[in-house]
Each structure stands twice: as structure tokens, then as C-alpha cells.
Design a protein around this ligand. Structure first.
Ligand code: NDP
Ligand code: MG
Length: 384
């Protein structure tokens, strides 16, 4: 059997490193064709020496020489810059591109990979938040599958296998509630970065961990679900489920509810995106329901978790509004991580940016680029 060639955008991150573990465990099926990073050049060098890909890209040009010199003894092509990301994903031998970069920066290389007819294993949810309609149109035009990696969307996708022609009545999108699930408004005003970075169930990159604490992540996942599964916003229900055992569920028109359960381990959804529709034997921990005992559910509190409400609002307004929310969120997320603003200021700035940045009902790709840039300026100004 010919091994599937995989390109990983963001191989040094949380998703990227776990994807490499999957490939290592399934080495008879998958091979690393390309890996990329932005700053963590030492880890990228280590990965390149171990997996011997054809191509390595470091987006940050200041790190290029270090990378090139460290790999000079190997027959590996080394490139740098954001444009190089768009080019390498088009290489003919690549079968699957795993988009595991963070934020808006993932949009151009994802579009480039679709145009080259590569299957997309999509972790970079911001791509769909910003430009879901555009990505769907492009994927349809080039006949490319978008395979979800986000655990909830992978769960929904797994529930939908074998259900062709059976409409979804409702999606039950579960949320852990994050580290501040039971905090009062007064407590939320004073929570620290260190507390926000301690997610109860998942170890993830810093940006998504903060998004989980504010529940913006769940808002983004609602938008992501709309584009992946073609449902209306009112068909998506968010359930706070602190145990994170049910990764999400689908309700069908006969009332049947199918859910996917498991231990919180991103390697399973990553592997399923690679192997779909097959399931491969894996060494991941098994779920022990006797040990878990209780599965509980609460409605999300849209007042304490204002970001979730703002994401819903942006989805209902459509156009470039989710793009505005995403860009403003990238700015405030970074500012919170750099101790420049308190926790609750994040939602405040996002809401103000939503009122200030020019609204476009039918945005083009160029409009998204302009909206992203304008919103970053506006949000930075609002933080000052
Ligand atoms: P990390 O921050 O851990 O990793 C991000 C990766 O992308 C790193 O390799 C980083 O390089 C690279 N990168 C970041 N910015 C750029 C840029 N501007 N240009 C090029 N490369 C860049 O993030 P995660 O792995 O946690 O998340 C990746 C994506 O997957 C996000 O969209 C997130 O929402 C989504 N996701 C993550 C989950 C998780 O469990 N972690 C779960 C579900 C979705 P470097 O290391 O050099 O900085
Ligand atoms: Mg998720």
C-alpha cells in the first residue's frame, strides 16, 4: 500500500506534535511530507531530523538561517516566509494537509491547499470562522473533503457516518465550561492568566486555552459547525458538560440521538481525519465509564460568558462580522496573555470593535484581508 503523504501546517504546536505521534504509530500508512512552524526552530529541527520530510518551512524569516544551517547535511528543502506555506502545500505528492496553525494566518495556505486538491484535515477553526462560506465554495469547486479535527466536530462527523440522506434535527455541541465555569462575575473580573491557562480537561496551545476560558472557543465552534454540517444557528445547542466525555452528539428527525464518547485525547480525532472512513487500531487510553460515573449538563451562561453571546450575534449578522470578532479576539487574547488587559475587558473590546469596523454583507477574500487588518487596528486602539 502506498503511504499517504501528509503536510502539517504548525507541526511544533499542540495539534502538530500529536499528529506526529499518530504518524509515528501508524508509520506503515502515513509519511510526513512537509512540516512548518513560526518560531520554535529548535523543535522544528528536531522533528525534521526524526521524520525526514521533503520540505520544512519556518514562517518567521529571522529564523531561516539557523534552520537551513542545522539541516544542511540532509536532503531536505528549507524555505521561509508566509508565502512559502502557500506554495509547499501544493506539492504534487501530498495527499492530506493538516491545518494546525493558529488564527487568521491559517486561511491563505488552507485556500492554497484546496486549490491544489488536497484533502484538508482542519484543526485551524479560525479559517471557517472567518471565511466559512468561501472555504465551502472552494472545497466544492475543487471537490476536496474538509475533515474536522476539532474534537466536537469530529464527534459530530463520526455520528453522521452512515446517515447520508438523513437530515440533522439538532446538533448537541458539548463544552467543558473551562476553568471559570462556576466563577461569579466579581471573580471573573480578577482571574489571572495563570488560572486561565489551567484548563481542567485538555492540554492545548495558549491561544485556544484562553479562548476556552472565555468560551469564545465554543462560540467559534458553533460557527465552525454551521459551515461544516450545513445547519442553521438555531439547530446548534451548546451544553456545558464538565466531564468532557461526550464529545458532542447529533439528534435526528426520529428523535434518535447519537453521541461519540471517549477520553479527552486529540490524537483520536487527528487520526480519524487521516484514516476516514477507516478506523485504525490505536494505543490511546480507553474510556472507563465506571470510573467516570456521572455525566452532567448545564446551560451556558451568556451573561458571564459574553464572548459566546457575541459569537452567536456575529453568526446571526453574517457577512464579515465573524471575521471582525475573530480578529478582535486575536488581539485581546494576545493582550490578556501579555498582562495588558483584565479578563472581562476581552469581551468589551470585541463588542466595541463589532460596532466600529465597516460591515460588509457579501465579503470577498480581499474584503476579509482588509477587515482583518482594520479590526486589528481598531482593537489595538481600543486597548490603549
Ligand atoms: P499551538 O499554539 O500549540 O501551535 C500552533 C502552531 O502553528 C505552531 O506550530 C506555531 O509555530 C504555528 N504558527 C502559529 N502562528 C503561525 C503563523 N503566523 N505562521 C506560521 N505558523 C504559525 O496551537 P494549537 O496546536 O493548540 O492549535 C492549532 C489550531 O488547532 C488552532 O486553530 C486551534 O484552535 C485548533 N485546535 C486545537 C486544539 C488543541 O487541542 N490544541 C483542539 C481543537 C482545535 P511555533 O511553534 O513556531 O510558534
Ligand atoms: Mg473543540
Amino acid at each position: 500500500m502506498k503511504k499517504k503523504q501528509i503536510a502539517i501546517l504548525g507541526s511544533t504546536g499542540s495539534i502538530g506534535t500529536q499528529a506526529l505521534q499518530v504518524i509515528e504509530e501508524q508509520a506503515d500508512r502515513y509519511e510526513v511530507y512537509a512540516i512548518t512552524a513560526n518560531n520554535r526552530v529548535e523543535l522544528l529541527i528536531e522533528q525534521a531530523r526524526k521524520f525526514q520530510p521533503e520540505v520544512v518551512v519556518i514562517a518567521n524569516e529571522a529564523k531561516y538561517e539557523q534552520l537551513r544551517d542545522a539541516l544542511a547535511d540532509l536532503p531536505i528543502k528549507v524555505y521561509t516566509g508566509a508565502q512559502a506555506l502557500c506554495e509547499v502545500v501544493q506539492a504534487e505528492p501530498i495527499d492530506i494537509v493538516l491545518t494546525a496553525m493558529v488564527g487568521f494566518a491559517g486561511l491563505p495556505p488552507t485556500m492554497s491547499a484546496i486549490r491544489a486538491r488536497k484533502a484538508i484535515a482542519l484543526a485551524n477553526k479560525e479559517t471557517l470562522v472567518v471565511a466559512g462560506e468561501l472555504i465551502n465554495e472552494l472545497a466544492q469547486q475543487y471537490n476536496v473533503p474538509i475533515l474536522p479535527v476539532d474534537s466536537e466536530h469530529s464527534a459530530i462527523f463520526q455520528c453522521l457516518t452512515g446517515e447520508i440522506g438523513n437530515p440533522i434535527e439538532k446538533i448537541l455541541l458539548t463544552a467543558s465550561g473551562g476553568p471559570f465555569r462556576s466563577c461569579t462575575m466579581e471573580e471573573l473580573a480578577h482571574v489571572t492568566k495563570a488560572q486561565a491557562l489551567k484548563h481542567p480537561n485538555w492540554a492545548m496551545g495558549a491561544k485556544i486555552t484562553i479562548d476556552s476560558a472565555s468560551m469564545m472557543n465554543k462560540g467559534f465552534e458553533v460557527i465552525e459547525a454551521k459551515w461544516l454540517f450545513g445547519v442553521r444557528p438555531d439547530q446548534i445547542e451548546v451544553l456545558v458538560h464538565p466531564q468532557s466525555v461526550i464529545h458532542s452528539a447529533v439528534q435526528f428527525e426520529d428523535g434518535a440521538v447519537k453521541a461519540q464518547l471517549g477520553v479527552p485525547d486529540m490524537r483520536l480525532p487527528i487520526q480519524y481525519a487521516f484514516s476516514y472512513p477507516d478506523r485504525l487500531k490505536a494505543s490511546f487510553d480507553r474510556l472507563d465509564l465506571f470510573q467516570i460515573r456521572d455525566l452532567t449538563f448545564e446551560r451556558p451562561d451568556l451573561e458571564r460568558f459574553r464572548c459566546l453571546a457575541l459569537a452567536f450575534e456575529s453568526l446571526n449578522r453574517g457577512g464579515n462580522m465573524p471575521c471582525i470578532v475573530n480578529a478582535a479576539n486575536e488581539v485581546v487574547n494576545r493582550a490578556f496573555l501579555e498582562d495588558q488587559i483584565p479578563f472581562l475587558k476581552m469581551a468589551e473590546v470585541i463588542e466595541q470593535a463589532m460596532g466600529k469596523v465597516s460591515f460588509i454583507q457579501k465579503p470577498t477574500y480581499e474584503d476579509y484581508l482588509a477587515t482583518d487588518a482594520e479590526t486589528r487596528r481598531v482593537a489595538a486602539e481600543l486597548i490603549k
